[in-house]
Design a protein around this ligand. Structure first.
Ligand SMILES: [Zn+2]
Length: 565
């Protein structure tokens, strides 16, 4: 729309240009603090993508009353919220989520089939960002052997680099390597992640030979120690956390070195044995990540040039804390209140540095989380855990009995049956029969809702919505041959006592795992909300549309036009 108007109004614009060129003082006064305009294309100076790891959509409202005016409330009150954004594949895990957000694509196409997945041809387990050909930069650590090479498609950040002949700067930042690397794409200037051992933010030789000076300076500040020396106390008096279960309960996992999952968390003494990686599990981990976002924008002069820059930030501590304490904990409630304050500070910084209205922010999540199963059961909601390790054992025993061959199934990674194809092929076993035998066995499990042959998922007797999620998640080279779908409220896990596992997890198709926030704010964004269903795959095409660049090359999403001015 904007571009068409531009051509219609060409004559008027030409006249304007002549007028402006003839008044250079006026021109320089007017372009100061104006959005970047490359070859006449209006774009923001900076895009900041924020992924809040494990943020359920309902957290926008669950803690709304206690949010400040400058954080989540500002996003909702100034920005545009797509209220019904769904993840359309399984498994709903971190690596697949970050990849989908930035590629507009699904595991079937982008190849990131899980945090870890089995290369089906070899049976080898692969970590999503693993790359043995590169080394750490900024520390001596195996944590640096990471790159985006397992990713098969471009990201919207790649497309921005390609569209501007690499003039735009792209940087990815997260405590988790995969949270920084996958969003930043193949052509990024840099991705940075946290090394527990050294307490440094590091990168890999995929991106650079040496850390830039600003990053060395940031590491020299020893921020992890500084933050950990302050114990984690709740922001408000603990008896006012009305949205959560009382502090000491059986559904939460205590920190190592503590006997109860309760406040205060004395990180000042705990970190001496736990190490600096403890910062991942407290709200200060997110604070430090946003500190680094500011240092990167300052150090790299992001948003100050003629081309749009893109900072991809992922906040990982919400996920670590969620896994440990679960959805209904004071720890999670307080974590979101801390994050809200940190976001308010960050937005205020962007207003001053880039200029209010000159940047676009979007905030979303890679997946949600389930309630703790025992907590649900104690409130009469059907739920439970499914011990994938013991099911694997039982399935292999069943197959041993039937085929007289041991170890036919390698793993149940990502709720999928991964076969040992070396043996299957060597013995010329009939795969269709083998799969049918496994499915028959799995369907006798009372926790299993469906067990589906991936090759026949299209015609499986189940709701269309589930079939779509299986097909989108199935990458034939990297996913198992049978998909297991548990009953609602169930997830895979195990416990050492009869009270079930503490904390929670995610990975299923169910709304608690698959309904995520998607809020945009700033340059080019209307104020409003949308209740029609949108999809995680729509995020990258929406940003591409905002920037007038090509959608990523594996994108299957559609731009949310309603959000754009
Ligand atoms: Zn995650």
């Amino acid at each position: 729309m904007i571009l068409r108007e531009k051509f219609i109004n060409m004559k008027i614009k030409n006249a304007l240009i002549i007028l402006l060129v003839s008044v250079p003082v006026l021109l320089s006064a007017q372009t100061k603090n104006k959005p970047a305009v490359l070859a006449g294309v209006p774009r923001p100076k900076l895009v900041v993508g924020i992924v809040v790891d494990q943020m359920r959509w309902d957290y926008l409202y669950r803690y709304y009353n206690r949010y400040s005016t400058g954080g989540f409330k500002r996003l909702l009150n100034e920005g545009f919220s797509c209220e019904n954004t769904q993840i359309d594949y399984i498994p709903t895990v971190t690596a697949a989520g970050h990849t989908c957000i930035y590629t507009g694509s699904v595991p079937a196409i982008h190849g990131i089939a899980g945090n870890d997945f089995i290369i089906q041809s070899t049976g080898k387990s692969m970590y999503c960002a693993e790359d043995s050909t590169v080394a750490a930069v900024g520390a001596v650590s195996d944590a640096g052997k990471m790159s985006p090479r397992n990713l098969l498609t471009t990201t919207v950040t790649d497309e921005l680099r390609l569209a501007t002949n690499f003039h735009s700067k792209v940087i990815g930042i997260a405590l988790k390597d995969r949270g920084g690397i996958l969003p930043a794409g193949h052509t990024a200037n840099a991705a940075y992640w946290f090394d527990d051992k050294s307490g440094n933010w590091i990168s890999s030789t995929y991106y650079m030979k040496d850390l830039p000076k600003w990053m060395k300076d940031f590491n020299d500040q020893k921020i992890p120690e500084t933050y950990l020396k302050n114990d984690w106390n709740t922001i408000y008096p603990i008896d006012t956390y009305a949205q959560s279960t009382e502090d000491n309960n059986i559904y939460e996992g205590p920190f190592k070195g503590m006997t109860t999952p309760t406040f205060p968390v004395k990180t000042s003494s705990l970190y001496k044995s736990a190490g600096l990686g403890l910062i991942r599990n407290v709200p200060a981990g997110n604070t430090m990540t946003l500190d680094l976002a500011v240092a990167a924008i300052n150090g790299e002069n992001m948003g100050q040039g003629d081309n749009t820059d893109f900072l991809a930030v992922s906040l990982s501590s919400t996920d670590y804390i969620g896994h440990q304490f679960g959805v209904n904990s004071i720890e999670i409630e307080d974590t979101y209140l801390h994050l809200d304050r940190d976001l308010a500070t960050f937005f205020t910084y962007l207003d001053a540095k880039i200029g209010s209205g000159n940047y676009t922010v979007f905030l979303t999540a890679d997946h949600g989380a389930a309630h703790n199963p025992q907590f649900l059961k104690d409130h009469n909601v059907p739920a439970g855990v499914w011990n994938d390790a013991s099911v694997l054992k039982a399935l292999n025993a069943y197959l041993l009995d039937k085929y007289k061959i041991d170890g036919l199934v390698l793993s149940m990674t990502n709720y999928q049956v991964n076969f040992n194809y070396k043996t299957v092929n060597y013995l010329h076993l009939d795969q269709a029969t083998l799969k049918k035998d496994c499915i028959d066995f799995l369907q006798t499990d009372p926790n299993v809702a469906f067990a589906v042959d991936m090759d026949n998922a299209q015609t499986a007797n189940m709701p269309h919505e589930l079939r779509t999620r299986i097909l989108n998640g199935y990458n034939k080279d990297r996913s198992g041959a049978i998909q297991i779908i548990l009953k609602p409220g169930y997830f895979s896990g195990h416990s050492t006592n009869d009270k079930g596992p503490t904390g929670t997890t995610h990975g299923t198709w169910n709304p608690y795992d698959a309904h995520i926030p998607f809020v945009l704010m700033g340059w080019g964004i209307k104020h409003g909300t949308l209740t029609r269903e949108t999809h995680m795959t729509d995020i990258a095409p929406t940003i591409a549309s905002l920037l007038h660049i090509q959608a990523p090359n594996g994108s299957i999403g559609k731009p949310v036009g309603e959000a754009l001015k």
